[in-house]
Design a protein around this ligand. Structure first.
Ligand code: GLC
Length: 546
């Protein structure tokens, strides 16, 4: 954040027009990332589950949309206890998604279209079916025993401490055969790897190298802040504000089971390897800003380039709160840390459900005009909403373990609707999750033909971002939040004004004449030069008159 143009010229992450030209390995600064949940993107073999040839077939759509990189949720061999976030082989492809040859074709096609490919690396835990874990649990003396986190029972025979799984219940599973507990931050089928063991580090870095050598451009790293546990396994502090309905995991603060100092050495090792290949690393980290920022690392030991910033997903939706959030985030960034913003992913409610259709358009305009790399979740460009899943069709283990708390993720993972043909063109079989009921109208083909659709808006904004350096990488200056309008300048020549409510709201723009170039509503208003009124749910991008 700058108060004066150019005042951050000595901060590589925050400067604008006077910034040195972007190099190829900075593609992700100006680029947009698009998350694909592979089970739900495009099926080609009729099994009702999306696959790699399906993604490859849809790459031209993504290139035309104007994104720069795809991040594909896990595609590795897996028993699918957590739909791929339980990896049984870090260097293979699950046959449900295709073959290694399919993967190579996907990478080649993507690169041919100018798209980068990011995979999802799941280092905190493997599947309990991974050969490493099978060996580890086979005996206390097996050479792989220490590759996972094994502890003796507490004196009463119960779990070693009070740590709780993010999916409810103790984070410890008893192993009768060897008389110890193993830790699992998620499902019992997802045993935690022991990142204090140097052999684990080497094996996992070798897996990353394997994919880099196949042409992968980087990784999203799953639950990065969970990877190392306190060396003494001390109890987590009890959360005195816990209420039933919050979910079991919130009974304790994860003070000692997450975000340990030693995780930073590992992140730095991952980065050093990634730098050999010019790769991008994005960390999945749910922590407050002060802790989040530590995952950028230091100049001597850089870590991930983009620690995911998820704060927009839950932010109070009003101008004042968002203004403060943006200020706080920008102020917390390290000098050379590049920002990023996210509106949705495969774990969180969809933005169009949270904010409603009209404000979801405003939210997309916000995402695509803020300073920092945006990540778009598949289907959000259509305004897809959460889909109610009948109880007998629930798939998500999170929902099955704690059905009462409403944190199930199936509703946000439903198939992508492509057109008006059977099953929205997603599959000729039976989709693994039901399609949203609105698919006959809300699908890619229909929205492509409608200049007023959400898809047309997103596509237009992505084009503006590409063609306007100030929008892509310029500095950001917030204007005072007037009424319920959030407004900011990007560089000197771009003004963004977002009405976060459904009532008229006034704005006094900076001096000069401003020409609207994008609107969340059907029609662009005339140019403004002085105070004007934004219509309900109106978001506008303006360019300064020359
Ligand atoms: C991450 C993933 C989530 C998964 C969990 C365990 O939070 O995004 O989908 O269930 O890690 O791997």
């Amino acid at each position: 954040m700058t108060s004066q143009p150019g005042s951050t010229a000595d901060q590589p992450g925050a400067s604008s027009g006077d910034q040195p030209e972007l190099t190829a390995d900075h593609w992700w600064r100006s680029g947009t990332i698009y998350q694909i949940y592979p089970r739900s993107f495009q099926d080609t073999n009729g099994d009702g589950i999306g696959d790699l040839p399906g993604i490859t077939a849809r790459l031209p759509y993504l290139a035309d949309l104007g994104i720069d990189a795809i991040w594909i949720s896990p595609i590795f061999p897996s028993p699918m206890a957590d739909f791929g976030y339980d990896v049984a082989d870090y260097i293979g492809i699950d046959p449900r998604f295709g073959t290694m040859a399919d993967f190579d074709r996907l990478v080649e096609s993507a690169h041919g279209l100018g798209l980068k490919v990011l995979l999802d690396f799941v280092p905190n835990h493997s599947s309990d079916q991974h050969p490493w874990f099978r060996e580890s649990r086979s005996s206390r003396t097996n050479p792989k025993r220490d590759w996972y986190v094994w502890r003796d029972p507490a004196p009463d025979g119960g779990p070693p401490n009070n740590w709780i799984s993010d999916f409810g219940g103790p984070a410890w599973e008893w192993d009768e055969a060897t008389g110890q507990y193993y830790s699992h931050a998620f499902l019992p089928q997802q045993p935690d790897l022991n990142w204090r063991n140097p052999e684990v580090i080497e094996a996992m870095l070798a897996a990353m190298r394997f994919w880099y050598e196949r042409g992968v451009d980087g990784f999203r790293i799953d639950v990065l802040w969970h990877m190392v546990k306190h060396a003494e396994f001390i109890d987590n502090p009890v959360n005195l504000d816990w209420q039933p309905g919050m979910g079991d995991m919130f009974r304790v603060h994860q003070t000692h089971s997450t975000d340990q100092p030693e995780v930073h050495e590992i992140a730095a090792r991952m980065r050093a390897l990634g730098d050999e290949f010019g790769a991008l690393l994005i960390g999945e980290i749910y922590l407050p800003f002060d802790r989040l920022m530590t995952y950028y690392g230091s100049a001597d030991a850089p870590e991930v380039q983009l620690p995911f910033n998820f704060t927009l997903i839950d932010a109070p939706w009003n101008a004042r709160a968002l203004h403060q959030l943006i200020l706080d985030y920008e102020a917390a960034l390290p000098a050379d840390g590049w920002p990023n913003w996210v509106l949705g992913n495969h774990d969180r409610p969809r933005i169009a459900t949270k904010r409603g259709e009209a404000q979801a358009r405003v939210a997309q305009m916000l995402l695509l005009t803020l300073r920092g790399t945006p990540t778009l979740y598949y289907g959000d460009e259509l305004g897809m909403t959460d889909v109610a899943i009948p109880a007998d069709q629930v798939q998500d283990p999170r929902e099955l373990r704690e059905p009462a708390i409403g944190l199930g993720r199936d509703p946000v993972r439903t198939p992508m609707p492509w057109d008006a043909s059977e099953n929205a063109g997603f599959t000729i079989g039976t989709p693994w999750l039901p399609l949203g009921p609105d698919w006959p109208a809300r699908n890619i083909a229909a929205e492509q033909g409608d200049p007023r659709s959400m898809l047309s808006l997103v596509r237009h904004l992505l084009r503006l971002r590409r063609s306007n350096p100030a929008l892509a990488t310029g500095d950001l200056r917030l204007l005072d939040a007037e009424a319920n309008v959030l407004s900011y300048r990007r560089g000197e020549d771009v003004l963004v004004a977002l009405n976060l409510g459904n009532a008229d709201a006034p704005l006094t723009p900076p001096p000069g004449e401003w020409h609207p170039v994008a609107s969340t509503l059907a029609a662009l208003p005339p140019p403004v030069a002085g105070p004007f009124t934004l219509r309900p749910n109106e978001g506008l991008v303006f360019i300064a008159a020359p």
